[in-house]
Design a protein around this ligand. Structure first.
Ligand SMILES: NC(=O)c1ccc[n+]([C@@H]2O[C@H](COP(=O)([O-])OP(=O)(O)OC[C@H]3O[C@@H](n4cnc5c(N)ncnc54)[C@H](O)[C@@H]3O)[C@@H](O)[C@H]2O)c1
Length: 266
């Protein structure tokens, strides 16, 4: 019988200490979902490579966790810039030596105007961050994980990566992430790497807070699309990400995990 696949030494609490504890990279770590997920990885004894646009913010986040005894480093990186991404991964490997898991979470909104009224600049900016940024990070992660012979990648997609939505750039970028996820899963399974995505519905954190500040009738109609009749929480996304990243999910690959209170049942 084939053994359960493992990655790194991350099999059980006893192995999750010091140098043998797994290393996770979280992009967009200072944002609503990123911060809560980084905290949950820390609680699960991971070593953390955190990254976001603003160095002060990510350094402050890392200091807060370090004070709690977490082995953590904060790095500034613009994921739309291949050189910045290249430098990030060099520095993460210098500091931690490996990357067991990656949560490609950084993203931005794309407005909510009809496609015909969408400014080209907004289109390009949204595709650059959500799609090209995820691609550039995955490229580095897959190279590193291929050399290691193990690894897990979770992309932060959206229900709008599975269904149509009001914003053409955002919806297209998230459908693109679904393509990257499935292609990564197919092409790198033989290297011991799993690639999955979470597809959150409306979440009461980060970008979701902007949506929730729209006129009450708009918010009501959006919430009504979720059969559980409420927005989700960052903690509900985080727990799915940490589980998907772990050896507990060792035969789950190429999966788009909806965290949407039943939105996808429509
Ligand atoms: N909040 C929701 O309702 C919701 C629903 C579905 C999916 N998502 C996805 O969750 C992810 C996190 O979003 P959030 O809601 O926490 O929003 P957020 O704005 O709080 O977090 C996004 C983070 O990404 C960072 N970022 C943006 N551009 C970047 C760049 N060029 N380089 C590096 N970092 C960059 C931001 O600085 C920010 O910290 C996004 O991919 C978003 O599309 C959110």
């Amino acid at each position: 019988m084939q053994e359960t696949p493992t990655w790194g030494a991350a099999m059980g609490e006893s192995a999750m200490v010091g140098e043998s504890a797994p290393v996770v990279l979280v992009t967009g770590s200072c944002g609503g979902i990123g911060k809560v997920t980084a905290d949950l990885f820390a609680k699960h004894h991971y070593r953390l490579a955190l990254t976001d646009l603003d160095l002060d913010q990510v350094s402050e986040q890392a200091s807060r966790l370090a004070e709690q005894g977490v082995d953590v480093e904060g790095f500034a990186c613009d994921i739309t810039d291949a050189h910045s991404v290249g430098r990030l991964f060099d520095r993460v490997i210098d500091r931690f030596g490996r990357i067991d898991a990656a949560f490609n979470n950084a993203g931005r909104g794309g407005g909510a105007v009809p496609l015909t009224e969408t400014e080209d600049d907004l289109w390009h900016a949204c595709i650059q961050v959500n799609l090209t940024g995820t691609f550039l990070c995955m490229k580095q992660e897959l190279k590193i994980m291929s050399a290691q012979g193990y690894g897990s990648i979770v992309n932060n997609c959206s229900i709008l990566g599975l269904h149509g939505g009001a914003s053409a750039p955002y919806t297209a970028s998230k459908h693109g992430i679904a393509g990257l996820t499935k292609t990564g899963a197919l092409s790198y399974a033989s290297k011991g790497i799993r690639v999955n995505a979470v597809c959150p519905g409306l979440i009461d954190a980060g970008l979701g807070l902007k949506v929730l500040s729209r006129p009450p009738e708009v918010v009501r109609s959006l919430i009504d699309m979720h059969p559980m009749a409420r927005p989700g929480t960052a903690a509900e996304v985080a727990s799915a990400v940490v589980w998907l990243s772990s050896p507990e999910a060792s035969f789950i690959n190429g999966h788009m995990l909806s965290i949407d209170g039943g939105y996808g049942c429509h």
